[in-house]
Design a protein around this ligand. Sequence first.
Ligand SMILES: [Zn+2]
Length: 409
Amino acid sequence: MSELRINPERLWDSLMRMAEIGATEKGGCCRLALSDEDKAGRDLFVAWAREAGCDVSIDAMGNIFARRPGRKKSALPIATGSHLDTQPTGGRFDGAYGVLAGLEVVRALNDAEIETKAPLEIVVWTNEEGTRFPFGGSSVFVGQASLQAAYAAQDVDGLNFAEELDRIGYRGQLPCGGRPLDAYFEAHIEQGPVLEATGETIGVVTGARGQARFDITITGMEAHAGTTPMPARKDALVSAAELIRAFNHLGLAHAPSGVCTVGRIACSPNARNTIPGRVDFTIDLRHPERRELDEMILEIRALCRAETERTGVIVELRRVDYEEPVEFDPTCIATVRDAAEAAGHGSQEIFSGAGHDACYLARLLPVGMLFIPCKDGLSHNELESATPEDCAAGTEVLLRTLLKQAKRA
Ligand SMILES: [Zn+2]
């Protein structure tokens, strides 16, 4: 095991070759889902995977599964991967890193002539970014979105998902979903500033932040600004101000994991001489733990009720949406943590502020994830950058993670 090494130069070379496809002037990448560039990126990956001895199969959403066979015929594959599509002004590492780290693991095992007990699979999920079309391959795979809805979607030019998938030759024979997998591990750049700030190399991801969004309407009483005595007023804007301040305190009380933001406000009639009768504003709450997120919502409701009791304004709270926090599998988390230690890399637990394919997979399978630092925490940006050393470190940890999991099969 201690002899087993990945090849950092080969990994970096593959990352840079993939980055040439859709390369932008500022050093980023534009490989929109199901575009010619996406096809070229997929073709390159498939060629590399076949060269590395993998069996490649493709499902109805264009998700690519590259399998390296294992010893035990009945064992379910251990999957790893990410996505190859990017934002229009995306970077070289978001997504591509997880796919090519998986490929480097397979190549390193080939070099060392190691046959794992369980098969390994590198997965390329279609359209993770959701820039061109709304539904991603991993969300259809877990049944969160339907294949029909994904196929029917159109981009801004009126081009249809299913036709574009056909056009690039990646509508596969396999059904999307129902593929038995033992576990899924994804390596990704952090896309945030935490690891760079603490100086740790590996983020052991415990889950992803959940989110709740509300619209709030406060109804008071419009009245003359000159003639209405102060104690007799029902001023909607004053109540909004009290609540916004209280919500900010609530966010601070749940920091650093929790955040609470009032981002938009409209006051009516918005006139100098009239006491505001109505205020509409938004609130956005996020927290990585469901219990805490739900607690924050309860506190928001209690603050609204208290404001009504105190002043007589009517506070209406409408939920716009609620995305549950994702909590990764404790055993998978421990496997990643132990692998980081065994590989001699400093690590810390971290949760993801962004969504990933892994977050969808976590609805179905035991999932683990690891982050490596990225420069200035910058992502979805052409200047996105990660060092060859950190890319190699994350891949070493992924290798040990997959080997450990494959042994359990
Ligand atoms: Zn990504």
